[in-house]
Design a protein around this ligand. Sequence first.
Ligand code: GUN
Length: 283
Amino acid sequence: MGVIVKGKPVADALLAKVQADAEALRQNGAPLCLAVILVGDDPASKIYVGKKHETCERVGIQSRMYHLAESVSQQELLELIEKLNKDAQVTGILVQLPLPAHIHARQVLRSIDTHKDVDAFSMLLDMSGDDLVPCTAGGILELIHSTGVEIAGKNCVVVGRSNIVGKPMAMLLLHENGTVTICHSGTVDLGDQTRQADILIVAVGKKKLITADMVKDGAFVVDIGMNRDASGKLCGDVDFEAIKEKASYITPVPGGVGPMTIAMLMYNTVEAAKRQFAVRRDI
Ligand code: GUN
């Protein structure tokens, strides 16, 4: 049976470092504050935002929540972001996605001061190695690194091309010298592609999309799906029970990638604050 790669221990180790860095910033009198903007009442977004707020408290990052009505205009949202961009006490800004259809998400994300963009959605094309990286993709990279598995030279297949996960994931794997394929709804034979994967990352949102016959023996399987099965239990995009017998490593849902996303957000928030105030890395 493959190793079950759990997120919580890796996330806790990262959060302990973040907490120490946050305390060092505080001792130096440097501002450290994450502003989170939630538009509307999407139930999943409310849960995610609540968790971000709780985790900020846990690690000693100040947080401000801005809950705007679903009907807010794009102009009002842009004005709030502009105000936060100028506020020296605010060192990180995050707009929870999805946004209502009448708001142009890309324009909104682009309006965030890049130094305060802790989601790092504006940095996709650069990835110089020193940039902050998007939280879920960065968290997955940390999880893979925690196992000691090398990415360089491996066939990496990413299923899903979202701006939040699939695209940044592919860029990060490429940056680590993986040979990367991105599959999506237009891929003709998905199984043909996934069977080539030494590292298979699945971020689609369809339960049991990936069955055991679609996975190579000994593959590293990362499941980012968040679905409900017939009995209402949380489940991912891969058939975990069958694939864990075949994979060398596999992340469970829940308890795999989930804890890493928020841990990376906390890391990015402290890192952004450090950079804005040029506090030395080793304080
Ligand atoms: N919605 C789902 N995941 C994310 C995320 O990582 N950041 C933001 N801002 N919204 C999301």
